[in-house]
Structures are given as structure tokens and as C-alpha cells.
Design a protein around this ligand. Structure first.
Ligand code: G6P
Length: 378
């Protein structure tokens, strides 16, 4: 078995933070996060495979933010790449011309994903030979701007909702994340996590949003399912406000057959120019994509959705903790204004995004907020 794992870093209190939480909300969040928590199995018969355990912490080999490698020593990232590269079954490290880690490709017996270190943006999810995630042909992939397509991670703000002075949709999608843990022990199920803290973020942003935080983004490939989990910890001494979103772009084979099920009866804000931020109630069982669509469904209690993208098999989307859902397609006029998409791009994409954007989440010092989605090809 080959497992690389980051060392546990602190004694952070695992409580669940929340926005305007009442007791019911707290309970459901705790249940949700417990239910979806999938702790990495520690192979007790092979103790040196995995050093993320209590006994090891505090030993001489401990390196802050270090990575414990399969050979039983803690390494920094560069050593980690040297040590673990080619040792992890189904994990490929793709480097740029300057030998910096650029993309990680993970392959299981049924599926594969590609994730850029920049923004921890997942740009490909191939299941049974079919690409289910959209990546614009014009996407900027050199780290100079957000990637158009994939699953950009929105944090700490949605659009410019906290302040115009921070980047649109926040800085997480344009920051270089650290590698966290990789579990490549099984053929069918593999997991990788990425970490972003205030230490990795451009200090100019922190002058505007002066908070200490840790994001752990975990991607789990399991058969025909892909789980993306965002865990946000307030590591500072003061509470902060944030929004977050998994801005998933699905690959569309035939837009005339595209639609989303599961939103009937929910209130949404129509943020298209035509909709003018009007609040409406969804009266369609299936929302088709036939014009510019940019709807924010607010406080959606229902957790199961279905995205039709013109492929033979639909995609089931199951969200947890997150209360809001966005459906987005820029259509013709807006696409023309998006240089990295272009008019030819919009027929091939449909965003179904889960997160919390309709109001800020307040996170107390030491608290954790965790939410995500599991998407499954039927
Ligand atoms: O172009 P971006 O900055 O990536 O934003 C893309 C889109 O994100 C979300 O879906 C918002 O609801 C849209 O209003 C926005 O246009």
C-alpha cells in the first residue's frame, strides 16, 4: 500500500460554524459532515505506510506543513515529489517547463481527473471514456487568471459581494495551493487534498481581507462518483465573513437536450439582464437551457439534482451543507464579452454550482465549516 499524507497540524476544535444558524441548522450540519466524513483508513498492519497518527506527531521527523511519505519520513513538497513520484499507483505529476508541479492526474479503473495546482481547479473528469467537465478551448492555463471551465473554487467572496477591492469570486481560484494528502491505495477509489492558508495567498489580498484561515479541498474519485469537499477553518482569533461555491462547469454534448431537475418550488434570484434580480419561484420540474441563464436558488432544502447534458447518461448531483444552487449559461451575447470562452464556447457548457452565496457565512475563531457535493454518472 502506498499512502502519502500531510501531518496533522493542530488541535482545532471541530465545531461547525454557520450563517444565521439556528439549532436545527447546526444539527443538520453536524449530521451532514459526520455522514460524509470519510477518514482515511490507517493500515494498522503496515504502520510505516502512513505517518498521520498521534504517535508520530512531535517526533524528530515532524516538519510543519510537511508531508509524510510512503518511505516513512516527513518531507517537504519537493522531496515529496521526488520520493513519491512514480510510486503512487494511478497518480501522475505533470510539471511545467521550469519543473514546477502544474497538474496532477489521477486514474482509477473507471475514471480519471486532472487538477491544476493553480486554484486547485479540477479541469477534467473522464468516466467510461467520456469527458464530463467542460474546459474552454480558450481557457488561460498559465496561472495568470482564473481557469474558464472545470471546477473553480469561489472563496472568500462571490462576485464582488464583500468588496470590489478583492478579485471577483475571491482569491482561492487564482492562488497556488499546496498539496495535502494523497491516498492511492485502492484501484477504484483515490483521494487527493489541496491546502490553501493565508500563508499562500498574495499579501495584497490579505490587506483587504485580513484573516487567518485554512482551506482543505478534497477530491475523491470513487467508481463513477466524484466528491469535492471544501473544509474551511478559521485559524485566527477573530470571526470572519465569507462565501464559497464549487463553480462546476459540466461538459455539454447537446445544449438542446440540457436541463436541470430538482429545483421545483424553490425561490431563485434571476440575475440575468432580463431578470433584473427579480425573485421568482421555480415552477418547472426541469429547467431547460434556452437563453441566458444565471439563477441563484436560495436556501434549497432539497439535496438531489440531476443535470442533463446531452450525453446518454445524466449526472446526479448530491450537495451537502451548502444551501444555494446556481444554474449558469452565458448564452450568445455574454459569451462574446468573455474572451476566454467566446461565442463558440457556450453551447458546450452548463454550470450547476453548489455553495453559499446568497448571504455571508460568519465563522467564529477556531470553527470549521464544511460542505460539498458528490456527482455521479448514472
Ligand atoms: O466569469 P466568471 O468570473 O468566471 O464568473 C462566471 C459566473 O459565475 C457565476 O455563475 C455567476 O452567477 C455569474 O454571474 C458569473 O458570470
Amino acid at each position: 500500500k502506498k499512502v502519502c499524507h500531510v501531518k496533522p497540524n493542530d488541535n482545532t476544535d471541530i465545531s461547525v460554524g454557520g450563517d444565521n444558524v439556528n439549532n436545527d441548522n447546526i444539527i443538520s450540519k453536524v449530521i451532514d459532515s459526520q455522514y460524509f466524513e470519510e477518514p482515511t483508513e490507517v493500515p494498522t498492519d503496515e504502520p510505516t505506510d502512513l505517518l498521520e497518527n498521534e504517535e508520530n506527531s512531535g517526533s524528530e521527523n515532524d516538519v510543519d506543513d510537511g508531508i509524510c511519505c510512503a518511505d516513512g519520513t516527513c518531507k517537504d513538497l519537493d522531496d515529496y515529489l521526488t520520493q513519491c513520484e512514480n510510486k503512487l499507483n494511478g497518480v501522475e505529476f505533470i510539471k511545467d517547463s521550469e519543473d514546477n508541479l502544474k497538474i496532477i492526474k489521477i486514474t482509477t479503473s473507471t475514471a480519471s481527473v486532472e487538477i491544476y495546482r493553480f486554484g486547485a481547479t479540477l479541469t477534467s473528469w473522464i468516466v467510461d471514456g467520456e469527458e464530463r467537465i467542460f474546459l474552454s478551448k480558450k481557457a488561460v492555463l498559465d496561472g495568470t487568471g482564473p481557469i474558464r471551465g472545470g471546477i473553480p473554487l469561489v472563496f472568500p467572496q462571490f462576485k464582488a459581494d464583500l468588496t470590489e477591492d478583492l478579485p471577483f469570486h475571491g482569491f482561492a481560484r487564482i492562488s497556488n495551493w499546496r498539496l495535502g494528502a494523497i491516498d492511492a491505495t485502492s484501484e477504484d477509489r483515490k483521494e487527493i487534498s489541496f491546502i490553501l492558508t493565508n500563508d499562500e495567498v498574495n499579501e495584497e489580498y490579505l490587506k483587504i481581507w485580513p484573516h487567518q484561515f485554512e482551506l482543505v479541498y478534497t477530491v475523491t474519485l470513487d467508481g463513477k462518483s466524484l466528491k469535492t469537499n471544501m473544509k474551511i477553518t478559521n485559524t485566527g482569533d477573530d470571526k470572519f465573513l465569507f462565501n464559497t461555491l464549487l463553480h462546476t462547469y459540466y461538459n455539454v454534448k447537446d445544449l438542446t437536450k440540457a436541463g436541470v431537475y430538482g429545483l421545483l418550488g424553490n425561490t431563485y434570484i434571476d440575475t440575468t439582464p432580463e431578470g433584473n434580480y427579480e425573485r421568482k419561484v421555480e415552477d418547472r420540474e426541469r429547467v431547460p437551457i434556452v437563453k441566458e441563464t444565471d439563477y441563484i436558488y436560495v436556501d434549497v432544502n432539497q439535496n438531489l439534482f440531476k443535470a442533463q447534458t446531452g450525453f446518454e447518461n445524466d449526472i446526479n448531483i448530491e450537495k451537502y451543507t451548502f444551501q444555494d444552487v446556481i444554474i449558469y449559461n452565458p448564452w450568445i451575447a455574454k459569451s462574446r464579452t468573455l474572451e476566454d470562452l467566446g461565442e463558440e464556447g457556450y453551447p458546450h457548457m452548463l454550470c450547476v454550482e453548489v455553495g453559499r452565496v446568497s448571504q455571508p457565512i460568519e465563522l467564529e475563531a477556531g470553527s470549521v465549516y464544511e460542505g460539498g457535493q458528490t456527482i455521479t454518472v448514472e
